[in-house]
Design a protein around this ligand. Sequence first.
Ligand code: URA
Length: 182
Amino acid sequence: MTELEKLRESCLNCRRCALHETRTNVVFGVGPEDARIMFIGEGPGENEDSQGEPFVGRAGRLLDDMLELIGLDRTKVYIANMVKCRPPRNRDPLPIEQEACGPWLERQIELINPRIIVCLGRIAAMHFIKPDFKITREHGQWFEKDGRRVMAIYHPAALLRDPHKRPETFDDLKRIQAEAEE
Ligand code: URA
């Protein structure tokens, strides 16, 4: 068993916050262990909770299309979330839940060691880039964190709600592609 598989096994039994009481499945994350790019969302929704996989609902299908636009797919990138259990009624994960869950994600990142982290939406960007991150102004910009290139783009659910944001996101995706091909 690899270190990442061991981490997953322990994570599946996690009871560090109250979200374990209402979850169906822990959504640990998927992708190759040596992925160079990691995408990080907020937290599992209803479909993810019932299937145990990140981004498998409507937003997930859009994420797959976004990956395809830049020549990527789930066999090439790692996909995870800020919290691994579904917040009730899909509310934002609370700071206390993000804190409790944080060490799982930190260790996951350490083991996968991606060169690029793409934050999907504001919640991940506030954690990985800076607490006062403004997604409307700062999406598509590169930041340097712990030797990794970090960018935030609009969350696919936000793109479903507001298709006008899609052209900007297309530009951001192209910048990710250019960086990944470096
Ligand atoms: N939204 C997220 O942020 N993550 C998922 O896994 C699904 C929807």
